[in-house]
Design a protein. Structure first.
Length: 73
Protein backbone atom coordinates (compact mmCIF):
# COMPACT_ATOMS: atom_id res chain seq x y z
CA UNK A 1 0.00 0.00 0.00
CA UNK A 2 1.38 3.39 -0.95
CA UNK A 3 1.95 5.93 1.83
CA UNK A 4 -0.47 8.35 0.21
CA UNK A 5 -3.24 5.72 0.16
CA UNK A 6 -2.51 4.74 3.75
CA UNK A 7 -2.74 8.38 4.90
CA UNK A 8 -6.06 8.88 3.13
CA UNK A 9 -7.52 5.81 4.82
CA UNK A 10 -6.09 6.79 8.18
CA UNK A 11 -7.55 10.28 7.78
CA UNK A 12 -10.99 8.82 7.13
CA UNK A 13 -10.81 6.47 10.12
CA UNK A 14 -9.60 9.26 12.40
CA UNK A 15 -12.47 11.45 11.17
CA UNK A 16 -14.95 8.74 12.15
CA UNK A 17 -13.34 8.45 15.59
CA UNK A 18 -13.52 12.20 15.96
CA UNK A 19 -17.22 12.24 15.08
CA UNK A 20 -17.90 9.42 17.55
CA UNK A 21 -16.07 11.22 20.35
CA UNK A 22 -18.02 14.48 20.03
CA UNK A 23 -21.40 13.33 21.54
CA UNK A 24 -19.94 11.93 24.79
CA UNK A 25 -17.80 15.03 25.24
CA UNK A 26 -20.80 17.27 24.69
CA UNK A 27 -22.95 15.24 27.03
CA UNK A 28 -20.42 15.33 29.86
CA UNK A 29 -19.65 19.00 29.34
CA UNK A 30 -23.30 20.01 29.72
CA UNK A 31 -24.27 17.48 32.40
CA UNK A 32 -21.75 18.57 35.00
CA UNK A 33 -22.72 21.12 37.59
CA UNK A 34 -20.66 22.95 40.15
CA UNK A 35 -17.81 23.89 37.85
CA UNK A 36 -16.18 20.46 37.71
CA UNK A 37 -15.14 19.40 34.22
CA UNK A 38 -14.94 15.71 33.37
CA UNK A 39 -11.86 14.42 31.57
CA UNK A 40 -14.15 13.01 28.86
CA UNK A 41 -14.49 16.55 27.54
CA UNK A 42 -10.90 16.37 26.27
CA UNK A 43 -11.49 13.10 24.40
CA UNK A 44 -11.98 14.70 20.93
CA UNK A 45 -8.60 16.46 21.11
CA UNK A 46 -6.64 13.28 20.35
CA UNK A 47 -8.36 12.47 17.04
CA UNK A 48 -8.35 16.17 16.21
CA UNK A 49 -4.56 16.22 16.42
CA UNK A 50 -4.44 13.25 14.05
CA UNK A 51 -6.79 15.01 11.65
CA UNK A 52 -4.64 18.14 11.68
CA UNK A 53 -1.46 16.19 10.94
CA UNK A 54 -2.83 13.91 8.22
CA UNK A 55 -4.98 16.62 6.68
CA UNK A 56 -2.09 19.07 6.59
CA UNK A 57 0.08 16.52 4.81
CA UNK A 58 -2.66 15.64 2.32
CA UNK A 59 -3.21 19.34 1.65
CA UNK A 60 0.45 20.18 1.04
CA UNK A 61 1.44 16.95 -0.78
CA UNK A 62 0.30 18.01 -4.30
CA UNK A 63 2.21 21.29 -4.02
CA UNK A 64 5.37 19.46 -2.94
CA UNK A 65 5.07 17.05 -5.88
CA UNK A 66 4.58 19.93 -8.35
CA UNK A 67 7.60 21.74 -6.94
CA UNK A 68 9.74 18.60 -7.26
CA UNK A 69 8.60 17.99 -10.86
CA UNK A 70 9.45 21.56 -11.86
CA UNK A 71 12.82 21.30 -10.16
CA UNK A 72 13.74 18.08 -12.02
CA UNK A 73 12.81 19.35 -15.50
Amino acid sequence: MAPHTFLRRAHRVIAILFLLSIPPAGYFSFSTTGGEVSSVVYLPLFPLLGLILTGGYLLIDPWIKRFQERRIT
